[in-house]
Design a protein around this ligand. Structure first.
Ligand code: NAP
Length: 312
């Protein structure tokens, strides 16, 4: 019998016509539950939870090739216990996500949402030297919470704007420090010193809620928070309270605690720029992500090691 691989239907137009030669593809619609069956591979989107219950229904499964770098939607321990390989799509999305992070930094510090609204609502009456004055990045400090692939790429881009860098990491990034002058700080010190704080750690048991009420209170009242990592790393209720109390100058978000729900308080707030999880959304990057996921499936089904495996 021919092997069948379940692939998220949204990836069909981003993949080659025959993404896993020798195997059949069953396209999986995003709203539908993960089916039961003798499928050997699964290529889910990040919105699909893959846990013990799903694995129970997929006894022949050999690989979960997540079409994302974050794997917080996959129960890694449950996969490891069943000998199912898990892979992600690192590197290919680093530049696109770092670019989008910089777009958010510029959008919040230069008040683009307020400016666009003024024009859209027909309220702009002409150039005024006092209008919508923003915050200039040159000489300001950018704090990278997490200096992995994307965090470091954001740091390198920020240098072009004349920013000073600091970062948190479990282990020092010496090469990054040499190349950029970035200083490694504790999270507490980074929050207190930075003019713009940007979050780039993965979502896991140790990072969920990392930026909560206490962390937000440590930030300068004039500071901005950017999150393009995962929504649950930031406590959304605490963030809204900080914004509404004027304890933050602005926020730029691409990710949320309960996607696709975006709290109205954020949608409406003039200093909150909210995007619909667009980090990796370029044609080249999305094709590369889908292609890398398919490459991982082909490798594992052929009995080779995965190209980008993720450990439990
Ligand atoms: P990465 O290279 O693995 O970087 C993550 C960094 O966080 C690492 O340097 C890591 O280790 C550090 N870190 C700090 N605390 C950690 C902890 N408790 N557990 C694990 N790591 C911890 O990942 P990346 O490629 O930069 O991606 C970062 C995240 O961005 C992804 O996990 C994903 O959730 C998110 N993302 C979002 C989008 C989007 O569309 N908005 C697109 C791509 C990625 P050290 O501390 O040892 O340095």
């Amino acid at each position: 019998m021919t092997d069948t691989v379940l692939i998220a239907a949204e990836l069909a137009e981003l993949l080659d016509p025959d993404p896993v030669p020798g195997a059949q593809v069953a396209w999986l619609a995003s709203g539908s539950p993960t089916p039961a069956g003798a499928y050997v591979g699964l290529v889910p989107l990040l919105s699909r939870h893959v846990g013990a219950a799903e694995l129970e229904r997929l006894p022949q499964l050999r690989i979960v090739a997540n079409c994302a770098v974050g794997v917080d939607n996959v129960d890694l321990a449950a996969c490891a216990a069943r000998g199912v390989v898990v892979t992600n799509t690192p590197d290919v999305l680093t530049a696109a996500t770092a670019d989008l992070t910089v777009a958010l930094i510029l959008a919040v510090t230069r008040r683009l949402k307020e400016g666009a609204r003024l024009v859209e609502q027909g309220h702009w009456t002409g150039w005024d030297p006092r209008q919508l004055l923003g915050f200039e990045l040159a000489g300001a400090t950018l704090g990278l919470v997490g200096a992995g692939r994307i965090g470091r790429a954001v740091g390198c881009r920020a240098l072009a704007f004349g920013m000073q860098l600091c970062y948190t990491a479990r282990e020092a990034k010496r090469e990054f420090e040499r190349e950029t002058g970035a200083a490694r700080l504790s999270l507490e010190d980074l929050l207190a010193r930075s003019d713009v704080v940007t979050v780039h750690v993965p979502s896991n048991a140790t990072t969920r809620g990392l930026i909560g009420r206490d962390a937000l209170r440590r930030m300068k009242r004039s500071a901005y928070l950017i999150n393009t990592a995962r929504g649950d790393i930031v406590d959304e209720a605490a963030l809204i309270a900080a914004l509404e109390d004027g304890r933050l100058a602005g926020v730029g978000l691409d990710v949320y605690q309960r996607e696709p729900f975006v709290p109205d308080a954020l949608v409406r707030h003039p200093a909150a720029v909210v995007l619909p999880h667009l980090g990796s959304a370029t044609v080249r990057t999305r094709r590369a992500m889908a292609g890398l996921a398919a490459t991982n499936v082909r490798a594992v089904l052929a009995g080779h090691p995965a190209v980008t495996p993720v450990g439990a």
